[in-house]
Design a binder for this molecule. Structure first.
Ligand SMILES: Cc1cc2nc3c(=O)[nH]c(=O)nc-3n(C[C@H](O)[C@H](O)[C@H](O)COP(=O)(O)OP(=O)(O)OC[C@H]3O[C@@H](n4cnc5c(N)ncnc54)[C@H](O)[C@@H]3O)c2cc1C
Ligand SMILES: *[C@@H]1O[C@H](CO)[C@@H](O)[C@H](O)[C@H]1NC(C)=O
Ligand SMILES: *[C@@H]1O[C@H](CO)[C@@H](O)[C@H](O)[C@H]1NC(C)=O
Ligand SMILES: *[C@@H]1O[C@H](CO)[C@@H](O)[C@H](O)[C@H]1NC(C)=O
Ligand SMILES: *[C@@H]1O[C@H](CO)[C@@H](O)[C@H](O)[C@H]1NC(C)=O
Length: 506
């Protein structure tokens, strides 16, 4: 069959999606945005908000990333309250070919992932129902719910779910990207706890995706991000949960601790699956104001055990400060929210490698020398975090992440916070240089893993290639089936795209 005998629209779509995702607005399309806002206003009165209104500003100011709040000004914002609002929205943007963005908790680190300049933003923060099933074994969550709200509901029943470690993170983006949690060592990624997704597809239908219905889509939604439709609900497994035990240790002179802490972290990553209630992460913070690096080790035991075998691995390190507390999940995630800083411009990148202590030590050295080598005119700080991915965390094979046979891994993330727009280009270039240096160090020691965690990926990183070619091709095939015209890859400009154009899929 001749390729040109296919409908012209799908040919155009296929070609466009192979090129730079940057799309220039045509005049017709700019009009399409205005026409969509007007039509939506008549079909969903009270749900459409324009610039210079109090509600529009309130929604704009609730993004985690300063860039998303200030550099992107949609023509109108639609506050959906139920799934039928979402289907009216999709019908309208399709009709007028208008560009759009979808936002749940607004906590993406990617500029333009959940907001859009000159298009339309669908804001799902009011689509935030939380319903426990009668038998309490499952929970129905709408995507705009925050994890704090979820934990508050569950705690009354001594239950919890695999969710975010900061209360303000939204259910939607978090679970679609995987979702790493204090409970992941026992239960896996948050998406591994998903039982059913309710999703609005490009053809306007709302369908259920589960192991029984549309299983291909169900698989793709476990790591596939915003590429398949708009998720209007997710049913998740719950589990019994009481209070947690938390130890937070700070070290002012990281060099005196690295000799012991990295081997301990390496060891935990390898044997942590034997102690599935425990989780650990280690962060280094470069504070520009003082040009110093401090480090923080966080140990959490979900069974409130004070002497878990994992904690013992980290005994005897001289801390300058140590807090120990027993708390419920909502208290813990509120604590994490206190360090949230909405006024900063930020970026984040990630790398994944084998948990080799010596490599982490080298990476910390690189962090020290590169942060120390430049004048941080207005940076608040640079943060390097190591997060073990134990075998039990990543062994589930029915998600798209492509990690089930990888063995234990170490997830690295690096964040930079600054204030002035003029500095943005510099920090983005700097971050790339740091990334390339650290990546090369992992490569040179044969320890680099292809995985790039979607929820931590920078603008210039491609998480889907990191899932492995087989999974990338499978995602592409499922996308072609459920969104043949590219509504969610072309009209929805932001977020991570599945780009399989340069790959030979069979
Ligand atoms: C303070 C903080 C703490 C964090 N803690 C953790 C953590 O503990 N573990 C972890 O794994 N990650 C964590 N993250 C990362 C977080 O998982 C991602 O930023 C995630 O994208 C946030 O989801 P959201 O709904 O709040 O974001 P949004 O910005 O609203 O959405 C993110 C992306 O998902 C898409 N999307 C959102 N909702 C839908 C939907 N209903 N249907 C289709 N697509 C949708 C959006 O289009 C966008 O591309 C944290 C981030 C922050 C800022
Ligand atoms: C629809 O919008 C897309 C993305 O902006 C654009 O590439 C395409 O040309 C538009 N199609 C029509 C028919 O205007
Ligand atoms: C969680 O802990 C906080 C602080 O101690 C407390 O106010 C709250 O009531 C607790 N929640 C539940 C459901 O017990
Ligand atoms: C939750 O657990 C606490 C402590 O074990 C107990 O006192 C309380 O009755 C439990 N609540 C419910 C609803 O089971
Ligand atoms: C839309 O696609 C889904 C999944 O392929 C299908 O079940 C549904 O019937 C379709 N709806 C329409 C209106 O064609």
């Amino acid at each position: 069959m001749n390729i040109f005998s296919l409908s012209s629209i799908s040919v155009i779509v296929a070609l466009v999606s192979c090129h730079d995702p940057q799309v220039f607005l045509s005049v017709e399309q700019a009009d399409g945005v205005a026409l969509s806002c007007t039509e939506l206003q008549s079909r969903l009165p009270d749900r459409v908000f324009f610039q210079h209104s109090v509600e529009y500003d309130r929604q704009q100011n609730s993004y985690w990333l300063y860039e998303q709040a200030h550099d992107y000004q949609p023509r109108c914002r639609i506050a959906a309250l139920d799934a039928s609002d979402v289907s009216v929205f999709i019908e309208t943007v399709k009709k007028f070919n208008a560009s759009f963005a979808v936002r749940s908790g607004g906590h993406s680190f990617l500029p333009g992932a959940s907001n859009i300049d000159d298009g339309i933003t669908l804001d799902l923060s009011g689509l935030n129902k939380i319903e426990l099933s009668e038998d309490k074994k499952a929970l129905f969550l709408q995507p705009g719910a925050t994890w704090l709200d979820v934990y508050r509901v569950l705690e009354r029943h001594n239950l919890s779910a695999v969710g975010g470690r900061s209360g303000s993170v939204g259910v939607g983006g978090y679970v679609l990207g995987g979702g790493s949690s204090y409970h992941s060592n026992r239960y896996g990624w948050s998406c591994d706890s998903a039982l059913v997704y309710e999703i609005l597809l490009a053809n306007g239908s709302i369908v259920m995706a589960s192991a029984a219905e549309h299983p291909d889509l169900f698989w793709a939604l476990k790591g596939g991000g915003n590429n398949f439709g708009i998720v209007t609900g997710v049913r998740m497994a719950t589990f019994q949960q009481g209070v947690l035990y938390i130890v937070i240790r700070s070290f002012s002179q990281p060099l005196t601790v690295v000799n012991r802490i990295f081997p301990a972290l390496e060891k935990f990553t390898h044997i942590g699956h034997h102690d599935p209630d425990s989780s650990v992460f280690l962060s280094f913070a470069y504070t520009a104001a003082t040009s110093t690096i401090s480090s923080t080790l966080v140990l959490v035991n979900a069974a409130a055990e004070k002497m878990s075998p994992s904690f013992k691995l980290f005994d005897g390190l001289q801390a300058v400060q140590e807090s120990r507390l027993t708390a419920n999940t909502s208290t813990l995630v509120l604590l994490a929210d206190q360090t949230s800083d909405f006024q900063y411009r930020k970026l984040k990148f990630t790398l994944t490698f084998q948990p080799v202590g010596e490599l982490m030590r080298r990476i910390l050295k690189t962090f020290e020398s590169l942060t120390g080598s430049i004048a941080f005119e207005d940076a608040a700080g640079v943060y390097l975090t190591f997060q073990p991915l134990t075998a039990s965390h990543i062994s589930h094979d029915d998600n798209a992440l492509g990690l089930s046979t990888a063995g234990p891994l170490m997830l690295l993330s690096l964040e930079i916070y600054w204030t002035r727009h003029e500095q943005s280009e510099f920090f983005h270039r700097f971050a790339k240089e740091v990334h390339n240096t650290m990546k090369k160090e992992a490569e040179d020691t044969g320890s680099l893993h292809r995985f790039v965690y979607l929820n931590y990926a920078a603008e210039w990183q491609d998480p889907f290639i990191g899932y492995g070619l087989e999974n990338l091709c499978r995602l592409k095939e499922i996308q072609d089936k459920y969104d043949p015209d590219g509504i969610f890859s072309i009209l929805q400009q932001g977020g991570k795209k599945i780009n399989a154009c340069h790959i030979q899929c069979t």
